[in-house]
Structures are given as C-alpha cells and as structure tokens.
Design a protein around this ligand. Sequence first.
Ligand code: NDP
Ligand code: 8X3
Length: 254
Amino acid sequence: MDMNNTILITGASSGIGKACAERLAKTGSKLILTARRGDRLETLADALRKEGTEVYTAILDVRDRAACEAFVDAIPSEFRNIRVLLNNAGLAAGLGPVQSGDTDHWDRMIDTNLKGLLYVSRAVIPLMYGVEGAQIVNIGSVAGKEVYPGGNVYCASKHAVDALTRSMRIDLLEKGIRVSSVSPGMVETEFSIVRFDGDSDRAATVYKGLEPLLADDIADAVNYIVTAPFRITVADILIFPAAQASSRDVLRRN
Ligand code: NDP
Ligand code: 8X3
C-alpha cells in the first residue's frame, strides 16, 4: 500500500481524534490535524514529528463554512494528496427533555456534528479525486442507531451522520471514494465533561461501575478501516464496551 499520502483528522486535540492521530501516524502517512485548540494540536504535532511523522496543523472551527473553505485552500502542496478524511469533530451538549432543552446546545450540536461534517467534506472531497484508495471515515455513535431519554438532539445529529455516511457512500461511488463510519458506545474522553459544561463530577458518573471503551479502542477500529486493502469498503463498525448492550442497557457493578 502506497502511504505517500495524507490523512486529515478533525477534532484531533482530544479523545478519539487525538488517539487516531497517534495510531495513524504509524501508517507512515502525513497528517493534517485540526481543532479549535491550537496549543494542544501543536503539542501533539511536536510529539509526532519527533517520531518522524510529517504533520500540518490548522486551527479550525468546523461550524464556520468560510473557514473550512479557506483552510482547504491553504493546505500546503505537499499535504494536498489527501487519501483519508476522518470526520471526528463533534460533541454532545446537555442531556434532558426536549421540552426544556437549551436551544444554544441544540445549535452547537447541529452546527458541529452535522453541518460541520458537511462543510469539511464538501471542501476536502475535490482534493481526494484520483487519490488511490481514497476514503472518508465518519465518527458516528450508537446514538446514531438508537435514541435514549434526554438524548434527543444529540441522537438526531448522529442519526444524521449515519444517513450522511450511507448517502455519501452512494454519491462518491463513481469517484472511487469509499465511505465508512465507526459508531462507538461509551468511550471515556472529554465527551461527558463537554456535555455537562465542565462538570467533571457529573461526567464521572456516566462511567461509574463499568469499564468504558478507551479512545485507543476506537483508534484501533479506525486503523483497521484505513489500512484495509483498497478492495474493501467497511460500511460501519458499531462498538460497545463489554458492559454495554445498547444505549439503555448498561451493566454497572456498584
Ligand atoms: P472529546 O471532547 O474528547 O473530543 C472532541 C473533539 O472534537 C475535540 O478535539 C474538539 O476540539 C473537537 N471539536 C468539538 N467542536 C469542534 C468544532 N466546532 N470545530 C472543530 N473541532 C471541534 O470527545 P470524543 O473524542 O469522545 O469525541 C469525538 C467524536 O466521537 C465526536 O464526534 C463524538 O460525538 C463521538 N463519540 C463519542 C463517544 C464517547 O462516548 N466519547 C461515543 C460515540 C461517539 P476543540 O475543542 O479543540 O475544537
Ligand atoms: C456518545 C455515546 O451513549 O452518550 O455518542 O450517546 S452516548
């Protein structure tokens, strides 16, 4: 497999995106790492460069359509042969009934998880034309397969990611670009801290009494998709911690 190409990751400053950057650096590809927190990106990029990976970083808020387009225009020539786009940037904000939902939370989730994924994909896809083995991997969620109490808008945004993954796979068939998703259950990252507006005690209760997935477990799944022979399209990998059987079936030991 020719690895003289580039992997672009959104939301690489934390959690699953950061773990994917560390794992996919080992493929020998160049990396483009984006997120809003540039200091974290630089720390990660410096560590990866020390291991021999070529890394380009860019501060990018995926909600900003013009910024997504300007970011792609500014990618240096040596990083423009993008084979893999990993649409990972995303979040949940709040957990509660729709009738008392925070509309700013709704906007943030829809603008990031749905519109941001679209803006980045629309801008990046033309760079992938003609790149052998090109593929897009979207980070979905079990929340894109099922709904749970209080999950309303987050679940809707991830159902939209699931629909877009399947739609993009059809649209991009003629372009030779494969489209996959990885749909995790509970992964302990900064996800719940963000969801509960920085309340780390409440975030800890989400994983209390069970062993959640690690960001590295999701990076393993993404790595499988990204390094699979080019004849393979992995449609989706739905992955739970052993203590979880569905969004609502979780075994807690204390
Ligand atoms: P983290 O909060 O640890 O990481 C989220 C990443 O997304 C950060 O790098 C953050 O970077 C980035 N991000 C958020 N908003 C934006 C934005 N507007 N523009 C650019 N980047 C943004 O959470 P996870 O690693 O867990 O989440 C990654 C993905 O995995 C998300 O799509 C999430 O929905 C999904 N997921 C997570 C699960 C879990 O249980 N943890 C389960 C299923 C799916 P920065 O803040 O620097 O911009
Ligand atoms: C994150 C997993 O179960 O909190 O997508 O929706 S869950």
